[in-house]
Design a protein around this ligand. Sequence first.
Ligand SMILES: Nc1nc2c(ncn2[C@@H]2O[C@H](COP(=O)(O)OP(=O)(O)OP(=O)(O)O)[C@@H](O)[C@H]2O)c(=O)[nH]1
Ligand SMILES: [Zn+2]
Length: 208
Amino acid sequence: MAQTQIAENQSIQLPTLFGDFMMKAYDPEVLGEQPTVVIFKGDLQGREDVLVRFHSECLTGDIFGSLRCDCWQQLQETLKMIHEEGSGAVIYLRQEGRGIDLVNKLKTYILQEQGYDTVEANVALDLPVDAREDSACLRVLNDLGVRSIRLVTNNPDKIEKARELGIEVTDRVEIEAGVCDANERYLQTKKEKMGHFLKKNQQEGFLI
Ligand SMILES: Nc1nc2c(ncn2[C@@H]2O[C@H](COP(=O)(O)OP(=O)(O)OP(=O)(O)O)[C@@H](O)[C@H]2O)c(=O)[nH]1
Ligand SMILES: [Zn+2]
């Protein structure tokens, strides 16, 4: 007979293309929002310097493999890194379009097709350039018992926001993946206008 008593917030096993992981979903704190998800490996209770990525939802990239951005490649690369290291976590935040939502992101894509860059397109539509709020990360890290993290990101703002939340970030792990024709301008804009630590480009190997 199956055990029907399910402990609150229990993790499930998630075998993936990248190895065996565990997964948990958290009820949203705000009604109507999507649950934050964590996919992780290893017993992280009390651990320091855990490899962690805060990954912002990107339906076009994460689900359909869009090459307009680098999200899908970053997600895959991080899961591979965690698997190789034997422990770590990806906190999947429901912040589609850097928090402006999918419909608005697609509107910005229409402007980008007319020549606007990713920042200009948001501004032209009177949308914030970055509307993300990361407090869910603290909730997840506390739940897993993680003491400090090595954050997988190229975004300096993410590190600063994490520290403001009280998360101890001991190091940054760079994650450059999947530069191609379709996302080169997007990456260049992240580097020039948002200060991302990005080096590579597809021809010369490095962004200028
Ligand atoms: N508004 C907007 N959002 C986008 C666009 N392209 C991708 N995104 C969203 O951007 C988010 C990912 O953020 P990025 O700026 O690519 O990277 P980051 O997460 O800040 O930094 P990394 O940790 O280095 O990946 C996802 O939520 C995507 O849906 C775009 O052209 N406009
Ligand atoms: Zn994306």
